[in-house]
Design a protein around this ligand. Structure first.
Ligand code: FEO
Length: 170
């Protein structure tokens, strides 16, 4: 059985994952109307789906443990970006924020001696390491490219092969 403190904290993480999904959905929609970056567009749509899976996983966990997952209201994400580089910078910043939030949850689970939740959260700890690393790699590549259009063409081709999941649909 979840304590109210843990339930509230997990519900807050539900909101954060849902807002992540919305943020990347907005990036995808913006990218979709930019010329020639179809794979970047697909990357953002895929990433948005991943975040929805992260959210669902927490919802199921809360409900399975005798709590109630309250579906939250969401704030509107940033809709447009000055450049592709800006969008990927925002993605990295957002992932760092999510990692901090997961770390706080892990701390809280230990304080509350909720070892089941602590164990559940380890999946998210591992996922955040991967997501941050991927976001950093993509940002590094974009830095190298600079304003070179040919480089952006290759980046769009490469991004087709990267994935942000380590089994989010489990
Ligand atoms: Fe679910 Fe990318 O944080």
């Amino acid at each position: 059985m979840l304590s109210k403190t843990i339930q509230d904290a997990l519900n807050d993480q539900v909101r954060i994952e849902a807002e992540s999904s919305q943020a990347y959905l907005a990036m995808a929609s913006w990218a979709e109307i930019q010329p020639g970056i179809n794979n970047i567009t697909s990357f953002f749509y895929r990433h948005s789906d991943e975040e929805r899976m992260h959210m669902l996983k927490i919802i199921h966990f809360i409900n399975d443990r005798g709590g109630f997952a309250a579906v939250p209201a969401l704030k509107q994400p940033q809709l447009t970006f000055p450049s592709i580089k800006h969008a990927f910078k925002a993605l990295l910043a957002h992932e760092i924020f999510v990692s901090e939030s997961i770390n706080k949850l892990v701390d809280l689970a230990l304080q509350e001696k909720d070892y089941a939740t602590h164990n559940f959260l380890q999946w998210y700890v591992a996922e955040q390491i991967e997501e941050e690393a991927l976001a950093r790699t993509l940002n590094d590549k974009l830095e190298l490219i600079g304003d070179d259009k040919g480089g952006l063409y290759l980046f769009d081709r490469d991004v087709l092969t990267v994935t942000v999941t380590n089994g989010a649909a489990e």
